[in-house]
Design a protein around this ligand. Structure first.
Ligand SMILES: *Cc1c(COP(=O)(O)O)cnc(C)c1O
Length: 454
């Protein structure tokens, strides 16, 4: 048996982020002003984000320097380990070689600090005192609370009601790093009050929580908003994951045939896969990249490619994306981080151009894969991460059926140590399979009056 764990030294932490925009054959269409439906420039984002991040959002530079202070902060948990899943391979009796990059070693327990740290850094540089945000499962809120605390800034988080009630430890974590946390929809904002008037028992959604955080962020000069996925600069920051993984795979003397990651808004998928897709675009390699999404929130496999809002109320610019419609409220599955109606602009364009693939999995199949992983590899995965494992298991089983060996790499983007209630529900048979009908998707899409894309 060769190495189980492939490690890098601190010196090997990448010094630049990789911007796939520079290499894309078709660049994404521009964001539109919702009122005039004409393309907007970067200045439209200035009330919401600091200029340092806006520049990255629209940059076509292939490589972007990681500031020294950010690299230093990354050292708290980076480089992260890459493992060979010998235990899982054996249990599946597959000829495939399975590797996973483990991002659960960060203080927040997921990949999210990879962007929370630079986002806090660029805000701090421009004199911002407070960052507001939303959180679904609590992972992003925890990551931003941690990063703001490290840069001595305030952090205020709107947490989707369903998770606020179900994951009290996530809230306490954020409080420990000094952040304040509200259940969303809340009465603190017009957006929240509007939703509550329609449905006082609303379980909330990422789209609603985003509306609330932006509404308050734009009210003060010294406060800004931060998003934990979807946007180009967030995907950019996450490429540290794939660049490290590429180095580690080289050390293992291997190159993946398939890279896999769970998909919420696209950031951890982009983070792992873009540095490998660069080899396809630059060197003609044929590495497959598969995004794994929940069957109950299937924007990539059953959504449409058109302009839509990033939030529920319609405060963001119109973005060209795969979407289920900004009013779509996904069933309350346990993978809270994947309950988002749309996909990032870059990943959407890549899917449209058939440069990446997508696959949907049902909740029970994901937990089955996650439990198998926990029992063979030891780490208990986040419910979101279970989606990537489910795809990896399918691919490994296909290798067995076809009698061929492939190298599979997936992103174990977070641990599930705060998600034990979800596992408990699974073990006690309380997890149901939600069958999303075409009628439900059609009715959400029918409400859209945003521009279509030919
Ligand atoms: C947030 C989150 C996701 C989904 O978000 P992406 O932007 O698609 O990465 C997946 N897994 C975990 C553990 C998360 O915290």
């Amino acid at each position: 048996m060769s190495e189980k764990k492939i490690l890098l030294t601190e010196k090997e932490i990448p010094e630049k982020w990789y911007n796939i925009m520079a290499d894309m054959p078709n660049k994404p269409l521009p964001p539109l002003n919702p009122a005039t439906r004409t393309p907007i420039g970067p200045e439209a984002l200035a009330p919401i984000f600091p200029m340092g991040l806006i520049q990255q959002e629209v940059s076509a530079e292939k490589w972007i320097d990681i500031p020294e202070q950010v690299r230093d902060m990354y050292k708290i948990y980076r480089p992260t380990p890459l493992f060979r899943a010998y235990g899982l391979e054996k249990a599946l009796d597959t000829p495939a070689k399975i590797y996973y990059k483990y991002e659960g070693v960060s203080p927040a327990g997921s990949h999210k600090p990879n962007t929370a740290i630079p986002q806090a850094y660029y805000n701090k540089q421009e004199g911002v005192k407070k960052i507001l945000t939303e959180t679904g499962a609590g992972q992003w809120g925890s990551a931003l609370a941690f990063a703001c605390n490290m840069f001595d800034m305030e952090c205020e988080v709107f947490m989707v009601r369903l998770s606020y009630d179900g994951k009290p430890y996530r809230k306490m974590m954020m409080n420990t790093w000094g952040a304040s946390v509200h259940a969303s929809p809340s009465k603190l904002t017009q957006a929240g009050r509007t939703i509550l008037a329609k449905d006082p028992n609303s379980p909330g959604s990422l789209g609603i929580a985003i509306s609330e955080a932006i509404e308050l962020a734009v009210q003060s000069e010294s406060s800004k908003y931060a998003l934990g996925s979807v946007l180009n600069h967030v995907l950019l920051h996450q490429t540290i994951v794939g660049q490290e993984a590429l180095l580690q795979m080289e050390k293992a003397g291997d190159l993946p045939d398939i890279v896999i990651a769970p998909f919420g808004g696209g950031s951890n998928f982009a983070g792992l896969s873009f540095p490998f897709l660069r080899l396809n675009l630059d060197e003609g390699k044929k590495i497959r990249a598969i995004a794994s999404e929940p069957a109950s929130c299937p924007k990539l496999t059953r959504g449409v490619f058109r302009y839509d809002f990033g939030d529920t109320i319609g405060m963001t610019p119109l973005l060209p994306m795969y979407t289920l419609g900004h009013n779509f409220i996904p069933a309350p599955i346990h993978a809270g981080g994947l309950r988002y109606h749309g996909a990032g602009v870059i990943v959407s364009q890549l899917l449209k151009d058939n440069l990446i693939e997508a696959r949907a999995h049902h909740q029970l199949e994901c937990f089955e894969a996650g439990v198998l992983f926990a029992r063979t590899e030891g780490i208990i995965p986040a419910p979101e991460a279970n989606h990537g494992i489910a795809t990896a298991v399918q691919e490994a089983q296909k290798c067995k059926e076809e009698g061929i060996s492939k190298t599979i790499l997936f992103n174990l983007c977070g641990h599930g140590n705060f998600d034990m209630a979800a596992y408990d529900a699974y073990f006690s048979g309380k997890l149901s399979e939600h069958e999303l009908t075409t009628a439900e998707i059609d009715s959400s899409l029918a409400e859209l009056d945003t521009p279509t894309i030919a």
